[in-house]
Design a protein. Structure first.
Length: 229
């Protein structure tokens, strides 16, 4: 039965993603503390701070092919649409990274305060996996984003984040299954499908158990599998 192997490789993949994002957040914290000691009062990234964050993001993408994007979102709770987004992403099937810098001027209609992933990352104060969703800004592909909040003292100053293409996760699972045709569905704890080789389920669908029966739980996903006939 392949479900145990699928669970292990999936657990390992999500652990890698979580650790990469956590290390990235530590790197950003160090950059800000060394280059911009008054960040908590100004809530603005200086040019050299952005450049160092982009260098760190570029190294992350170069060293970790599983990651398709990485960056930092500065947060000011007092001003609507005040986000500054410093971001690098790797277009699908390409090895080079593109720079994406969003701010109030370029994205006047986006208020990240209202996004569910922001509320969950802020409330939990720890890492949070969001998705899958279609990323229309970077790759126009189904994407997972791992988010990690950064604090100056007790004040939230922003979110470090990494993107993972769901297609990359699908490839890992397919390689694990090899030629085994056992129907498997992987869904998030909220029920959103991440992977499926079953004709009734597609990535992004809300999962309903029938006709799959057996389950294995993880902190980031649930695996469903057909009963043996």
């Amino acid at each position: 039965m392949p479900i145990g192997k699928v669970k292990k490789i999936s657990d390992d993949s999500f652990s890698i993603i979580e650790n990469i994002t956590k290390d990235f957040s530590f790197s950003i914290t160090k950059i800000i503390s060394e280059l911009q000691k008054n960040i908590a009062t100004t809530l603005k990234l200086e040019k050299r701070t952005k450049e160092h964050i982009l260098l760190s993001a570029n190294k992350l993408l170069t060293d970790n092919p599983i990651i398709s994007g990485a960056g930092f979102l500065l947060y000011d709770p007092n001003i609507i649409n005040s986000w500054q987004v410093t971001w690098l992403y790797r277009p699908e099937y390409l090895s080079t990274s593109n720079r994406l810098a969003l701010n109030k001027a370029s994205q006047p209609l986006l208020d990240y305060h209202t996004f569910s992933w922001f509320a969950k990352a802020k409330e939990s104060g720890k890492g949070y996996l969001h998705g899958p969703y279609v990323d229309y800004v970077c790759n126009a592909s189904y994407t997972l984003t791992y988010l990690f909040p950064l604090y100056e003292g007790k004040q939230l100053i922003g979110i470090a984040a990494t993107d993972i293409l769901v297609g990359k996760l699908e490839q890992i699972i397919r390689d694990t299954l090899a030629h085994d045709r056992t129907p498997i569905v992987m869904a998030t704890p909220d029920g959103r499908v991440l992977f499926s080789n079953h004709s009734h389920y597609r990535v992004g669908d809300i999962h309903h158990p029938a006709p799959l029966m057996r389950t294995l739980n993880s902190s980031h996903f649930v695996l469903w599998i057909a009963e043996d006939k």
